[in-house]
Design a protein around this ligand. Sequence first.
Ligand code: ACO
Length: 431
Amino acid sequence: MSQDTLTITDNRTGKQYELPIQDGTIKAMDLRQIKLSDDDFGLMTYDPAFMNTASCKSRITFIDGDKGILEYRGYPIDQLAEKSTYLEVAYLLLYGELPTSSQLAEWTKNITYHTFINENIKKVIDGFHYNAHPMGMFEATLGALSTFYPDAKDIFNIESRWKQIYRLIAKVPTIAAFAFRHRLGMRYSYPDNDLSYEGNFLNMMFKTTELTYKPNPVLERALTVLYILHADHEQNCSTNAMRSIGSAHTDPFSSLAGAAAALYGPLHGGANEMVLRMLKEIGSVAKVPDYIKRVKAGEFRLMGFGHRVYKNYDPRARIIKQVAYEVFEVTGKDPLLDIALELERIALEDEYFVKRKLYPNVDFYSGIIYQAMRFPVDMFPVMFAIPRTSGWLAQWMELLDDPDQKIARPRQIYLGHRTRDYVPIDQRKDN
Ligand code: ACO
């Protein structure tokens, strides 16, 4: 008997089955042969929230949550954050290798060429109420964009596919900044293609009367690091949404709108906002011990702590903490930082947190940085969506090229009524 197999005895029938194990996994479909009788459907697995189910084979992002490792295409996140730029990392995620100088120049040119949006898209944004949430505007505008590019439906035409990728990576910062300025009632600031990807975003967000906007290099670099850290995180909720919608062969604009909708949720892209609210609620360093006491008593959770995958210090949190100090050199220190540092200090020493392997996650510091850079709280999920666009698109490409993939369609365990006769309305009784 091969060692790379799993032997299962079905105690209902006494039959034995030998299933192959590959990459530490058995195929769920191999269980279907395990039946009570010929007309039995066969055994399934029950796994709400995909807690122990691999939905794909991927070569993009590697995470070892116990050791606190995150790598894109094999490159450790700390090296990329220190040495790379966002567009270079986006190239890496999408093509699988770091670009040469000429490849990077071509890639940057292609993205930069597409930063403008059709003037009619501005009218879509203009149509939103003055206080519309920027993430709602962002995802709706992405959906609207699909109607501007009918060629995006040609998803198996490689040339067309890349064109949509250039367009999407180029236009998401423009949509985000226009949504922000619409809410403020400020004139839109058009892309400046002489600036870097990150510098141009700051230009579209914050330019007022200056003829040419000059981004602060420290803040520009901080944005680069934050973008790199958020570019991909393997099969998280929004990426799973992107793959699931993409599996229906939907165009990438509509698929991305769906992924952004998943990111909008407070359990996913909204946690850094909750961290900020928590720090404000605590109010001062002196009140931290009492707050920790209440967390330990189970009154509420410490926001920005703990992670489904990381049971060690989130490698992104370590990098972000350093960025926070650099940003505060420019913007002045946010008093919330002292509260955050004290919370972290106490929590990392406290048995409650140590025993449960609760460490700061990426969201613990990112909100404080965004606030210091003058991004309002409801822009935080949009700030997350801009860099995640490259990760979503890399995962979408991988899905389309994977011969194992089909339209995503989970099974269910049906527990409801079975066949019963329709009851006319006048014969129905209150339950
Ligand atoms: N504060 C206090 N206790 C916590 C925290 C926390 N932040 N997180 C987990 N715990 C405790 C739980 O109460 C539980 O304790 P128990 O065993 O005594 O019941 C134990 O740790 C395990 O918790 P689970 O909920 O099983 O852990 P899970 O992996 O399901 O949750 C999650 C992960 C949702 C991130 C959780 O840690 C949490 O709610 N954190 C706060 C919210 C947050 O920061 N979310 C951002 C995540 S990062 C991202 O999505 C980009």
